[in-house]
Design a protein around this ligand. Structure first.
Ligand code: 3PG
Length: 225
């Protein structure tokens, strides 16, 4: 197995990709066509959520067969899942909340980890462990960009990866906030599109997301995504 990227390298890649597709996949047979659709759409990145029993297998296939893809594991709720994710090739770990055992396991094993936070108390729990890039979840439902700006204000060295309710219409405004490293979201590859093998549709939505990430268009005007 090739060496895993460092925390700094992972952060640099997140800053470069700007949009992280959050993937829920049932059938590992769909993993490679999905990865290719995202790549063809310019999104060479994915967070494979551990919400489905065969997510580790999907992750393993992508890391083995599409090594140019920057891929991590999401919805990692236990240290055991974090271990399985790493064994499957995850380059980074994301969690919806601040789980101390997941965080400690990742830090002990040099796995870049982005726990979720939604309150100042959680930001400070992360800071105590030396973590300064955090998932902000659920972004829109918690209060959106205004809330994120308020929570970011006291913690000047902390940056964020907002996820939850983000889509082609609102992602540009999050990306314009300097404290945002990247945004996560499932809008370009929702679980039902994957299950229905709508890979051309996913590629097209990824293309529009890529244009937004590059700042080419603020909103995919008039296009249903
Ligand atoms: C996540 O796990 O980060 C979210 O479920 C993704 O949120 P979204 O489906 O609203 O994009």
């Amino acid at each position: 197995m090739t060496a895993f990227p460092s925390f700094g390298d992972v952060l640099a890649r997140l800053r470069a990709v700007r949009i992280v597709p959050v993937i829920t996949i049932d059938d590992p047979e769909d993993a490679i066509p999905l990865a290719r659709a995202l790549m063809d759409g310019g999104l060479a990145c994915a967070e494979i959520t551990f919400r489905t029993p065969r997510a580790p297998e999907a992750l393993r296939r992508i890391t083995a067969e599409v090594p140019e893809m920057f891929v991590g594991a999401g919805t990692v709720l236990t240290a055991e899942q974090a271990k399985r994710a790493r064994d499957a090739g995850a380059q980074f770990i994301v969690a919806p909340g601040f789980g101390p055992r997941v965080v400690e396991h990742c830090l002990e094993h040099d796995i870049p980890v982005f726990p979720g936070i939604a309150t100042p108390t959680e930001v400070e729990a992360a800071l105590e462990r030396g973590l300064t890039t955090l998932k902000f979840f659920p972004a829109e439902q918690t209060g959106g960009l205004d809330y994120l700006k308020a929570i970011a204000a006291p913690y000047v060295d902390v940056s964020f990866m907002p996820t939850g309710g983000i889509n082609a219409e609102n992602v540009a405004k999050y990306l314009a906030f300097k404290r945002v490293v990247a945004c996560g979201g499932s809008w370009m590859a929702p679980a039902d599109w994957i299950a229905e093998r709508q890979f051309a549709r996913i590629r097209d939505a990824a293309l529009r997301a890529t244009e937004i990430a590059r700042g080419g268009i603020a909103v995919a005007a008039g296009v249903a995504v």
